[in-house]
Ligand binder design. Sequence first.
Ligand code: NAP
Length: 485
Amino acid sequence: MIGLDDSSLFHEACLIGGVWSTASTGKVLDVTTPETQARLGSVPMLDRTEVAGAVAAAHDRFSTWSRTTAQDRAELLRAWYELILENARDLGRILSAEQGKPWAEGIGEINYAASFIRWFSEEARRLYGDVIPSNSVNRRFLVLKQPIGVVALITPWNFPAAMITRKAGAALAAGCTAVIKPASATPYTALALADLGQRAGIPAGVLNVVTGSARVIGDELTENVLVRKLSFTGSTEVGRQLLAKCSQTVKNVSMELGGNAPFIIFDDANLDDAVQGVMASKFRNAGQTCVCANRIFVHDAIYDTFAAMLSKAVAELRVGPTFAEGSEIGPLIDAAAVDKVREHIDDALKKGATVLTGGGLHELGGTYFKPTVLANVTVDCAVMNEETFGPLAPLIRFGHEDDVIAMANATEYGLASYVYTNDLNRSWRMAEALECGIVGINEGATSTELGPFGGFKQSGLGREGSKFGVDDYLEVKFVNIGNVR
Ligand code: NAP
């Protein structure tokens, strides 16, 4: 159905200790495609003992994997990266079929996902420790960096490949072994990536993938003492629950959670660039990204001009089936996602906003939603306080820099923000004043394997990608050598 060149990449089984495994009960979870709601297949519904088996497999392998040389790990990661690129067409088809994003965007995500494996294959060889000048003539001080151990990686459906490689690349480079739990809506990309990892020569048990009930798997991964770290990407609500559960065994945690990004356009900005920036930030993946512009603040002096320019560009976006040539906006993940966009639109309209373009379901039906721009949105609207996670761009007026900073920071989230201005001094002031982990200045697409990704406040803990991303998988050990004569 998906049309793969290599159909052996499509697995309806989990990978545990190098063996493709089903549930002993025979229970499965069905997976459907957002494009037509048709069934793509199923994956095993593992029970808790089977999840513990995956943790045990990762733990058994840790003692040898953690002692491989950095050079060996780097070469295995490089081989995995090359296989991902060689199979990008098939991976993109699997990803788009289960996630819904247009196929060109699916392949784009595979290339982006691969970039993390390449980056961490390079970083693997640069995990230096330190030598600290001693305070005594007969003592020597060293700092070693060592892998944390078995790590659990729980990932969301909106980026089925990149959210896995951003974690697994760093974990494996550091010398950790991993148990991955992909989102139930998008397990096949994870399983195909793990298959390619095996083909690249990554030893059995280093990369394990489990599927099934989130609660059952989550309980095992958070309570099992052999798991030394949990890295989670998903909603702030689930992140809070997992943090609480990890406290019982004092696990190391990384959290990549929700966002509510402000996108601020000053009256001195290049408006063509700002429109392009909003299109890239807001409408990629039909607005289902954690860093997407959720609140668009436009200076009063250019508000009407900008609103007209943006509405024109948004109205021209091509909504279409996932695999149709030229589609730019695919279906939303499910009916609940459509309901949330609708609720935010209805709430804003009740509070005085107006629809400039879009506003409802697309003629294609299903979960296709028209890209929407709302004008005259006010700070009391739900869209100002919650992630919409859909193709809805609300425009809010502002007059003064201090006011817009206060409005932008008035949220529990702090992941990304965007500022369009041609005033150099203002761009510095804004970059420093915004309470968030990522700032795009005259740039709407900020994500890259080269830069640290992560949030302030309730958007998360830790950083992924860049030279910082691997630190989250390393313990720091102080070695104090005494009586040196
Ligand atoms: P979600 O509902 O929090 O789910 C994320 C993952 O957690 C899925 O694998 C899910 O499994 C699992 N999960 C749910 N409940 C669990 C539990 N009780 N115990 C253990 N695991 C559990 O989030 P989502 O709807 O998939 O993704 C959208 C959210 O992710 C948005 O808030 C978005 O902002 C955020 N996100 C953040 C980043 C970032 O880097 N900061 C990146 C992408 C997305 P099931 O699928 O089986 O339910």
